[in-house]
Design a protein around this ligand. Sequence first.
Ligand code: ZN
Length: 170
Amino acid sequence: MAILPIRLFGDPVLRARASKVSRVDRGARRLMENMTDTMREAPGIGLAAPQVGVLRRIIVWENEEDRGCLANPVMLQQDGSVEGEEGCLSMPGITYPVVRSQFIVVEGIDENGDEVQLETQDLTARIIQHEIDHLNGVLFIDHLPPALRKEAIGVLRELQETWALQEAAR
Ligand code: ZN
């Protein structure tokens, strides 16, 4: 078990595009495990590899109803639209309502190296959409209306000073 440092807003790795995993080998599996440990420790309900500084297309999630991890996740279908409060482990301290698809069908490779197709909805669908965004350098604040996004960035700039102090005290 390893807890990895979570990259915070302002870190350029969060704006980069992650590349595909060629196969789920021992290294990829270990990364999935470490990401799951890191997400639980935070605690959070989802994490994407770029958030721990790894530009690979891997996501993990866990909530009361569902848990899982996927390499190379691809959205096949999205339906419905629902607004819900969202936060991000890379932006601790802010939450905003974000509109997401309610139902999704996603495919990818699981921790056993098997191709899987998942049909899911509500919270798990929201998490997976949020985490796939991370693989493309997109953050949840990018989905906010311009005025709200500007406000969020202002709050984050202030929080960045607090994070820097916490980092220095470590
Ligand atoms: Zn996030």
